[in-house]
Design a protein around this ligand. Structure first.
Ligand code: NDP
Length: 332
């Protein structure tokens, strides 16, 4: 099996050289175990947190050991009657070509008429995150004006579409970087706003132009100037779901907090962080509600695909310069 490991914990933006591709012989299959040939690997922003050598809400990666992450693949050898060869499964032994796992560490892919890769994106953890943040944390209601940052990413692009679908007369505004992302957002009925080259004040002014009434719901994926600008555009009783703060994941010093937290007070607003895994008991419900919409094409999604195991670190690092539209994936 070929796998990536970290040779040391990065400071700031990880250097490509810290990711080492190694080979090892897999042991004989134990009772109940399976061997999976991975077909798609996911790279996700939260992995940066696991690279800092300290426990956050999840254990850090161990330097020298295989990196982990979501993956889908096909069982090629099995000593588990529930999972015969040929079964397509998802699991967390990514960053490698072949994974060997106990049967209870994998999930057969749900029966839905979508490509397997969708279970790493729109119908996997990122999709579930969008749905959870919007519904269970921000308690979005019909008619709400909704703001989403990193809106053309894996999580954001589902969040804006779910908000559009149930928003009624409410406006949905999406912040993103590249022009093609802004165009995609516009095609989804979202008012796009670029954050590039703007400080918080300039971005706040542009958000005000896009939605002069202000926002009832803020779905925050970025932090920094995006969050500060959002706080300047709240309506009374706004709910802010803190999903991610990618702006600071590679920071080497603590990021300054928003200078305008008073806006939370003035607007009697609420800000709440969440981790999707705490809500996983709702995943079956998410799949039955959102799955058919994706299979039927009413919800669309995009993927940015890098080819070959060797490209996995590059795909991961590209998350931080915005090269991906929709879900960033590696195809093996
Ligand atoms: P994305 O597909 O959104 O990829 C990351 C995107 O973030 C980039 O494409 C880029 O888009 C944008 N970005 C990167 N750096 C910056 C920056 N400094 N300022 C502004 N935008 C930036 O990733 P995901 O959809 O997988 O994740 C989105 C967020 O959700 C992340 O913060 C992630 O940590 C969080 N998350 C949280 C979970 C939870 O349980 N709470 C679970 C899953 C994800 P652009 O071109 O617009 O700059």
């Amino acid at each position: 099996s070929r796998y990536f490991t970290l040779i040391d914990y990065p400071e700031g933006t990880p250097a490509r050289e810290l990711f080492d591709l190694r080979t090892r012989e897999l042991p004989e299959l134990g009772d109940g175990e399976i061997r999976v040939r991975n077909t798609w690997l996911s790279v996700d922003p939260y992995m940066r947190g696991r690279m800092s050598g300290v426990k956050t809400y999840v254990d850090p990666f161990i330097a020298g050991e295989p990196l982990e992450g979501a993956a889908v693949g096909e069982v090629i050898e099995s000593r588990n009657t529930r999972l015969p060869a040929g079964t397509r499964v998802s699991h967390m032994a990514g960053w490698r070509d072949v994974a060997q796992l106990p049967g209870d560490a994998v999930h057969p892919l749900p029966e839905l008429d979508v490509p397997d890769s969708a279970f790493l994106g729109v119908l996997g953890m990122p999709g579930m995150t969008a749905w959870t943040g919007l519904n269970r944390i921000a308690a979005m209601r019909e008619g709400d004006n909704v703001l989403v940052s990193a809106a053309a990413g894996a999580v954001g692009s589902l969040a804006v579409q779910l908000a559009r679908a149930r928003g009624g007369k409410g406006k949905v505004v999406g912040i993103a970087g590249a022009p093609e992302k802004l165009e995609w957002l516009a095609s989804l009925g979202v008012e796009p706003v670029s954050y590039r080259g703007k400080d918080a004040g300039e971005l706040a002014a542009d958000l005000h132009k896009a939605c002069p009434e202000g926002f009832d719901v803020v779905y925050e994926n970025v932090g920094g100037a995006c969050l500060e600008a959002a706080l300047d555009n709240l309506r009374i009783g706004a709910r802010i779901a803190i999903c991610g703060l990618i702006d600071s994941y590679n920071a080497t010093a603590p990021a300054p907090g928003p200078s305008n937290l008073a806006k939370l007070l003035f607007n009697r607003a609420r800000m709440e962080g969440f981790i999707v895994t705490d809500h996983w008991d709702h995943y079956p419900h998410f799949l039955t509600t959102v799955g058919p919409l994706v299979a039927g094409g009413e919800i669309t999604y995009r993927e940015t695909v890098e080819e070959g195991l060797e490209a996995t670190p590059d795909a991961f690092l590209k998350l931080f310069d915005g090269s991906n539209t929709g879900k960033m994936l590696v195809k093996l």
